[in-house]
Design a protein around this ligand. Structure first.
Ligand code: SF4
Length: 352
C-alpha cells in the first residue's frame, strides 16, 4: 500500500499483513504533474504525483492518503483518476487535532477504514492482529529514539544524513526487517567513532525533506545535524501508541496527540503552536547552536509557522536560517549561504 503523508495509521496495515510504502518524490522535474496540479503547489506533492504518472509505483496494490494539506490532497485526487492503482482510500484525518471531537471522529474513521481493508483482503482483522500492528510500529519508534539518543553526544557516532536515511528507510521497507537492523545499530553505535570534526551543531526543521545531497553538503563544511523536526525525521516516530482496550481509539489518540504537522497544529479556539515548545526543547537538549528552517516552495502550512517559529527560537538564543526547497536544491548556492550562517554562529559564540 502506497501512502501519502505520515498520518496514515500503518498499525492497521501491518495488522492486515499489508506493507506500507511512503510515496516520495524522485527529485526529478515533475513535468507529468503539470496538467493536473498548478505549478504553485508544493514541489514535493507535484514530484510525488509525477512519479506515479511515470509508472515508478506501478507495483503498488493500493494507494491511500490521510487528509493532510490541500497540496497533498490534490496530488492524491489526480493519482486516483490518472494512475491505475487497483485499490484506493481517502482517510479523513481531522485537522483541528486538539478539538475534543477529533479523537472520537478519527476513531469512527478508523472503524470504516478497517472494514474497507477487511473487505479488500477478504479476512477479518482481529484485536490480536491490531496488537501485532501496534507493537511493530511502537518497537520501530522506540528503537529509532534509542539511536537518536546517541546524537546528543559530542561528535555523535551517527551523522544527520545517516539518521535521515535510517528514518527514510523505515518508511519504505518492512519495519520488522528495519527493527532487526536497528537492534544491530544500537549495539554498534557505542563503539563507533567517526573520523570527522563535529563543527557547528545544527538542527533541521520544516517541510518534508529527503534531500541527501543537501544534508551531505552541510555536513561536509564544518557542521553536524544533531537533531531534526520534519516528517522524514523525528516528527514521524517520536510518539508511540499507548495500548488500550479499544485498539482503534488508542491508535486515533496517537495520531491526534503526536507532534503535529503545521497543517494539524491547532484546536477549535486556539492557535497556540504545540510544535514550537517541542522544537525548542529538542534544540536545548541536543545542544543545538543553530537551526536551518527548510520549506518546500509554496508550502502553506510551514509558511504559516516559520516567521513565528523563527522568533520563538531566536528569542531563546537559537539563531535560524531559512531556505526554500524545490524539487532539486541548488547545492552550490546553498553552500555559500550555509557557510555564511556557520561563520555568523562561530563569530557570535566568540562574543558570548
Ligand atoms: S505540508 Fe507542505 S511540504 Fe508537505 S505536502 Fe503539504 S505543502 Fe507539501
Amino acid at each position: 500500500m502506497g501512502y501519502f503523508c505520515t498520518y496514515v495509521p500503518e498499525e492497521i496495515l501491518y495488522a492486515a499483513n499489508i506493507l506500507p510504502v511512503r510515496i516520495l518524490g524522485g527529485h526529478e522535474p515533475p513535468n507529468l504533474a503539470a496538467p493536473h496540479i498548478f505549478d504553485m503547489w508544493c514541489p514535493f506533492c507535484r514530484d510525488c504525483l509525477s512519479q506515479g504518472l511515470s509508472g515508478k509505483y506501478d507495483y503498488l496494490d493500493g494507494i491511500m492518503i490521510a487528509q493532510s494539506c490541500l497540496h497533498m490532497r490534490q496530488a492524491f485526487a489526480a493519482w486516483e483518476i490518472h494512475v491505475p492503482t487497483p485499490w484506493k482510500y481517502y482517510l479523513c484525518m481531522p485537522n483541528a487535532v486538539r478539538s475534543p471531537r477529533a479523537k472520537p471522529f478519527l476513531t469512527g474513521e478508523l472503524v470504516d477504514f478497517k472494514k474497507s481493508v477487511e473487505e479488500w483482503i477478504g479476512l477479518p482483522i482481529t484485536n490480536k492482529d491490531l496488537d501485532k500492528g501496534i507493537e511493530i510500529m511502537n518497537e520501530n519508534r522506540r528503537l529509532m529514539k534509542q539511536v537518536y539518543e546517541f546524537r546528543r553526544e559530542d561528535n555523535p557516532p551517527i551523522t544527520g544524513t545517516e539518521a535521515m536515511t535510517m528514518v527514510w528507510a523505515s518508511q519504505l521497507m518492512d519495519k520488522r526487517e528495519h527493527n532487526e537492523l536497528l537492534k544491530r545499530l544500537v549495539q554498534e553505535l557505542p563503539s563507533r567513532k567517526l573520523d570527522r570534526n563535529e563543527g557547528v551543531r545544527l538542527m533541521i526543521v520544516g517541510s518534508e525533506n529527503d534531500d541527501r545531497p543537501f544534508m551531505e553538503m552541510v555536513e561536509s563544511i564544518g557542521a553536524t545535524f544533531v537533531i531534526d523536526e520534519h516528517c522524514t525525521g523525528s516528527r514521524y516516530f517520536w510518539d508511540e501508541v499507548i495500548p488500550g482496550e479499544n485498539r482503534l481509539s488508542a491508535i486515533a489518540s496517537r495520531y491526534c496527540d503526536r507532534i503535529p504537522c503545521p497543517s494539524k497544529d491547532w484546536g477549535p479556539d486556539d492557535w497556540n503552536r504545540k510544535r514550537f515548545d517541542h522544537i525548542l526543547k529538542l534544540a536545548k537538549e541536543y545542544l543545538v547552536e543553530g537551526a536551518v528552517l527548510v520549506q518546500q516552495k509554496f508550502c502553506d502550512p510551514h509558511e504559516t509557522d516559520i516567521p513565528s517559529l523563527t522568533r520563538h527560537l531566536e528569542s531563546n538564543g537559537i539563531p535560524c536560517y531559512f531556505l526554500e526547497f524545490e524539487v532539486t536544491v541548488p547545492v552550490g548556492q546553498f553552500r555559500i549561504r550555509i557557510e555564511a550562517f556557520l561563520e555568523q554562529i562561530r563569530a557570535e559564540e566568540l562574543f558570548v
